[in-house]
Design a protein around this ligand. Structure first.
Ligand SMILES: [Zn+2]
Length: 75
């Protein structure tokens, strides 16, 4: 059953439930004594996921793999 309020849908296979998008997130930076630098998104104060129609999107439905900007997936 397709959600009638879906904004993004795969232009190749029509799936709206297997889409992934690249997001920008804040991450806490940890700099260890041995020079290793690690990040942890769980420890950031701001947990928002920022993306827009210019962000890269992919359809993970079986046998599809369509990629493009989110705008290309917008209905
Ligand atoms: Zn697809």
């Amino acid at each position: 059953m397709t959600n009638p309020n879906t904004t993004y849908i795969c232009p190749d296979c029509g799936s709206s439930e297997h889409l992934e998008v690249v997001v920008h997130k804040w991450a806490r930076v940890y700099q260890n004594e041995d020079g290793d630098i690690e990040t942890d998104t769980d420890d950031a104060q701001d947990h928002s996921d920022d993306w827009d129609d210019g962000s890269q999107m992919v359809c993970r439905a079986d046998g599809c793999g369509k990629t493009g900007s989110a705008a290309a997936f917008r209905q």
